[in-house]
Write a protein that binds this ligand. Sequence first.
Ligand code: SF4
Ligand code: SF4
Length: 479
Amino acid sequence: MLFENFIRSMVMIENDEVLIKSRFVQVVEGGGNAIIWHSLFGNPKRVSVDTLDLLNIFSSPLSLNDFLNEYDIGENGIEVINDLAEAHYIIPNGFDERAHLETITQEHEKVISASQLARRLDLKLTEECNFRCKYCIHFKSLDISDRINNPEKFMSWEIAKHAVDEYVLLMKHLDKKVSRITFSGGEVLLTWDILERVVLYYKERYEFDYPCSYAIITNASLITVEIAKKLKEYQISVASSIDGLEQVNDLVRITKSGSGTFNRIVCGLDNLKDQGVPVDMCITVTDDNFPYIDERMVDWAVERGMDHLRFTPDTINLFNIPVQELVIWLLKLRAYGKTKGVDVTGGWHRPFSNFNDSALDKLCGYCTPICGDTISVSPAGLIYGCCYNTNSIGSIKQIGCLGNEKKYREMICDNVVGRRRECFDCEIEGQCIGGCSITRESSTDASNPKVTQMCELHRQMTRELLLEELTNWNSDIFK
Ligand code: SF4
Ligand code: SF4
């Protein structure tokens, strides 16, 4: 019997082993179907209510033999049980899933010392910006970061070149054939000269052997026609932000002197559009602009030929908007976006996206930087996991042996599924995995209420997106 074979191979049990529904099984029901997932291991599946009923029979311990004697489920039923066991929804009674995960995680951790997780170099070219957005994640994190003590606010060519050379050496050592360099800030275009020099240097010296993709995050205000042409020529992807239409944007996204930025942003975006450079746009939602943003923002994106918009509720400052209200508002914009061919997402989508991966297969964290994917270099030549993290994990001299660096290892090991004690038994423990580390770092207060607020948002949105999935059934997540 398939099921017996599977169980034997998984944990070497006897035929009369007593089975039970995992306590980590989570369910969202709607329209006569359900999505179930394992809050540690993921493995989401769409099932019928009949399957759910079958699963619930194992809410109390029951041996497979007793079950088969009591219920006439036929060949199909056996297959269903096999699937449920394969996804760990049904487990041998007493099977310690956390211990099982820990054993697997320790195996996966071996790739850290080989530095195999590193893939992307991020050059934080400057700590400066010509804007002073009211909610700015960069300046708020800078204030509480070890970067604040560094007098260098702009990256020198020497630091940039050194970082690139070390990074390529590491990629060579790891036998990786493709690389990725991103440029972040502050406002990266305040250092366009260094940015361009890095790209030209890389293209001349390394591009042939190690093809590279490039990306920048910019506030767009400094994108001239010339720069737009160069971005096109160098094939640099652009991510930018606008926080509403005209006066709404200007409530929160302001210059150093406090004036509005909308027209300057749009001018930069127009230059990009004229050159055919696509932009990935983000709208940060705060108490100030929330009441005024509506479907017109999606219409604006459509007019500009965009097919994706990210609405990101302020990640570090507590907002007064009730989470439930925010969730409904985001869903409304998302539904409207669908009718217009615009995919509306945001950070709230990440736990749902993380259903694509299972901690049984690899080290899984909230985002790729926390999993050691990124080497973010500050103007002082110090390394961070994400360009907004507050504490460095080394210096550029250590890029080559990153996997042996204690702080790098800790950053990953402390943030993978099953290691964050405060997340134990959360229904999306294996998908949210502690959420954004910048939110957690934004307060020294252990009871950081912002974390609680983001937890609520993540949980509610994940349930809603699963419900949406039940009705639309259009993602690759659910096999
Ligand atoms: S443009 Fe970006 S870095 Fe500059 S103030 Fe605004 S949020 Fe901060
Ligand atoms: S951060 Fe909050 S929502 Fe995310 S896994 Fe932890 S407890 Fe759950």
